[in-house]
Design a protein around this ligand. Structure first.
Ligand SMILES: [Zn+2]
Length: 420
């Protein structure tokens, strides 16, 4: 018997005999994982991330590094905080941070691929704005699980792989953005009859990103009062919130959910504007693709964020009395600089957004000086890693967002045959 079941957030129905859920039961509602063990348990026999009981996998073989959670001195002092904890996801060997893809998306990829494999799925189509692609490409190469990756051309300049000749087919949509890549990915999935990874709807994805909260509570011995993160789709923040709900149910780590403090990079900040109006609906005007050209954090550029969906960002903010923050490019760079100076390692622009959110939260009084704060540095050590190790530019095959079924079949059959 499995140690979890999958439940509809809206009506509560348990999805029978399904442990790998990409879809939905009620329309516009997420499915969530119910772990039968309400108590948080860390196995002493399994190492790294696999020691946690709240993950939808059974027999993982892969060696998967953990996020490093530590109490901050430098940044804490700069900001006047007494209890700041940093979850560092990336490459920083002296700290024990060994994620060579330099992104917390590696946890998502690890759990999704393991969950898919255990459920008899033989391959996945993945859409990404950059980080997710690198994470899936790396773990696909390491584990041999086939994936096809679709990215927008505009994100290619910031993309790199750990493998020189990646066995993973990567397609770049030349005439579209991240949202168009998601549409193309779904079309390819349908044509080739290989499942689309499901985005935020995949429970394994959110639980994988929730590893940050698992590791943090394991280290801190309690739930933080505040959780700070930059959001694109919001999948990571929802994953953190869902893990926090499990800890509250457990009861030994605190009775209050951490307040979510989430940031987006202005002027592309659809969730910030909607939340400011206390609206569950995103305004199409805030989703205009041309706004994406002005932001420095392209990985946060999805026009399909998981905001309105039942169990999504709106509900997470409501349930935790959370806040959204719009961050200007200048503040993003300043946040990166501050972190480098005070903690001693480079961080990616999305993490710069998170540092700026934290500063704003303190300034506005939403975060108290003595509160326990968890700052999720979702990516870092990239400059350091690329100085020390060889990394490679992504060599994609360019496609149009209007690619036809026939073209998909011809092209991908050729690529997949070549690789097999
Ligand atoms: Zn339902």
């Amino acid at each position: 018997m499995s140690h979890y079941s999958i439940r509809c957030r809206n009506c509560g129905k348990i999805i029978q005999n399904s442990y790998c859920a990409f879809g939905e039961h009620c329309k516009d509602a997420l499915l969530v994982t119910d772990y039968h063990d309400a108590r948080f348990v860390e196995s002493t026999s399994a190492g790294s991330v696999w020691r946690f009981n709240w993950l939808p996998v059974h027999e993982p073989k892969l060696v998967q590094p953990v996020p490093v959670v530590y109490q901050s001195r430098g940044l804490a002092e700069r900001l006047g905080l007494t209890d700041l904890h940093i979850a560092f996801n990336g490459y920083w060997p002296e700290k024990g941070a060994l994620l060579e893809t330099c992104t917390f998306k590696e946890f998502e990829a690890a759990i999704v691929l393991q969950n898919a494999r255990e459920n008899g799925i033989e391959g996945l189509i993945v859409a990404s704005a950059g980080n997710t692609a690198r994470a899936f490409a790396h773990l696909s190469a390491v584990t041999g699980f086939p994936v096809v990756i679709i990215v927008p051309r505009m994100c290619l300049t910031e993309m790199w792989y750990l493998e020189q000749r990646s066995p993973v087919p990567t397609l770049a949509v030349g005439d579209g953005d991240y949202a168009d890549s998601i549409d193309v990915a779904k079309k390819i999935a349908q044509t080739l009859e290989i499942p689309f990874e499901g985005g935020v709807k995949n429970i394994a994805k959110r639980d994988g990103l929730g590893i940050v909260m698992l590791e943090a509570v394991s280290k801190m011995g309690r739930l933080p009062d505040h959780y700070v993160q930059a959001v694109g789709s919001g999948t990571g923040a929802i994953g953190g919130w869902e893990m926090a709900e499990r800890f509250v149910r457990d009861g030994r780590y605190g009775t209050r959910l951490p307040v979510l403090h989430l940031g987006q990079n202005l002027p592309f900040a659809p969730m910030v504007h909607a939340w400011d109006k206390n609206s569950r609906t995103l305004n199409p005007d805030d989703l205009r693709p041309e706004l994406i050209g002005f932001i420095t954090t392209r990985v946060l550029s999805t026009r399909y964020p998981a905001y309105s969906v039942k169990g999504g960002v709106f509900d997470a903010l409501t349930s935790t009395k959370g806040r959204m923050y719009g961050i200007e490019n200048d503040a993003v760079y300043a946040g990166m600089e501050t972190f480098l100076k005070t903690e001693g390692i480079d961080i990616v622009p999305a993490s710069g957004v998170a540092v700026a959110v934290l500063e704003k939260g303190i300034k506005t009084g939403a975060i108290g000086r003595n509160d326990a704060v968890l700052l999720n540095i979702t990516g870092g050590g990239e400059t350091r890693l690329r100085r020390e190790k060889e990394t490679y530019a992504v060599v994609p095959k360019f496609i149009s967002k209007n690619i036809t079924e026939k073209e998909i079949e011809e092209m991908l059959c050729r690529i997949l045959k070549k690789n097999s």
